[in-house]
Design a protein around this ligand. Structure first.
Ligand code: PMP
Length: 295
């Protein structure tokens, strides 16, 4: 378990790591974050995660005081300090300490928090047998109100859907956008493969996070010569898919075999999905930002 937490350039023990109750990250969910993985001493796609973090911050008018290079160093230092080779890293930037008012004007400095911990994974049987999921009644935030491309601390929309998943005793819930098109799951992107072998994933403009794992899988599919399309689709296409899988930093690539009681394909993880699981695991070993250049 990671022992040291980074807050604004200093390390604190787990019990001493504290922020103000006047921080707008707490009071209003005003801030942005990233979930990042390190594999065997390599931080996977750190550059892409930081690009998304700074992009999310820009979209909410939050000025991060560290440069991207400095932030990269802070992330690497936190993992090093905790002596971890394999880790789940949570990078949070809040609006900072203000008063009880909504306005961010009073928040002088954003708060930067980095937590590096051991990763808790889905059990291996989920990868071997696939997940059963449901479609949530809660629709994904509309981009015109709060764009899901912003990875903000305001996750209530996803949490509402996650509660539906919990009540249905399944690990994930699929969310549709306001128009009924498939958007994404509460913490993962979705892919389907049609009977013709075409790979489909919803375009981010429909209201999805542009997942880093999603992008890596799109590249991997194209390298394999698969036809990947980012075009809107509905539950009809999902129910009639030959294969389905989810992607995310924590879950990596995980097969789905049942949605709303409809069996997907043959009810087992599909051939292409299995290849992508292996392909992605290989990729995590090959690329990344080295934690200790000498190590
Ligand atoms: N969608 C949502 C809503 C998420 O929170 C996440 C990250 N947990 C993802 C998709 C997957 O994104 P990534 O591959 O960058 O982890």
């Amino acid at each position: 378990m990671g022992k040291y937490i980074y807050i604004d350039g200093e390390f604190f023990g787990r019990d001493e790591a504290k922020i103000s109750v006047f921080d707008h990250g707490l009071l209003y969910g005003d801030g942005v974050f990233e979930g990042i993985r390190a594999y065997s001493g390599n931080i996977f796609k750190l550059e892409e995660h930081l690009e998304r973090l700074y992009g999310s911050a820009k979209a909410i008018s939050l000025k991060i005081k560290l440069s991207v290079k400095e932030m990269e160093r802070a992330v690497v230092d936190t993992v090093l300090k905790n002596g971890l080779q394999d880790a789940y890293i949570r990078l949070v930037v809040t609006r900072g300490q203000g008063d009880l008012g909504l306005s961010p004007d009073k928040c002088k400095e954003p708060t930067i928090i980095i937590i590096a911990d051991k990763i808790t994974l889905y059990p291996e049987e989920f990868y071997n047998n696939g997940l059963r999921i449901i479609t949530a009644a809660t629709r994904r935030n509309i981009p015109e109100a709060l764009n899901p491309r912003i990875k903000s601390l305001n996750y209530l929309n996803n949490i509402m859907a996650k509660i539906e998943a919990n009540l249905a005793d399944v690990p994930e819930a699929l969310m549709l956008n306001n128009e009924g098109y498939v958007a994404e799951c509460t913490g993962d992107n979705i892919f389907i493969i049609s009977r013709k072998g075409k790979v489909h994933t919803p375009p981010p403009y429909l209201g999805t996070l542009t997942g880093i794992t999603r992008s890596a899988i799109i590249d991997l599919c194209r390298e394999k010569g698969l036809d990947v399309q980012e075009t809107p689709f509905t539950l009809f296409e999902v129910y009639n898919a030959e294969e389905c899988f989810l992607t995310g930093t924590a879950a990596e690539v995980i097969p789905v075999v049942n949605i709303d009681g409809r069996i997907i394909g043959r009810g087992k993880p599909g051939k292409i999905t299995k290849e992508l699981i292996l392909g992605f695991r290989k990729l995590t070993k090959e690329v990344g930002t080295r934690i200790n250049p000498k190590g």
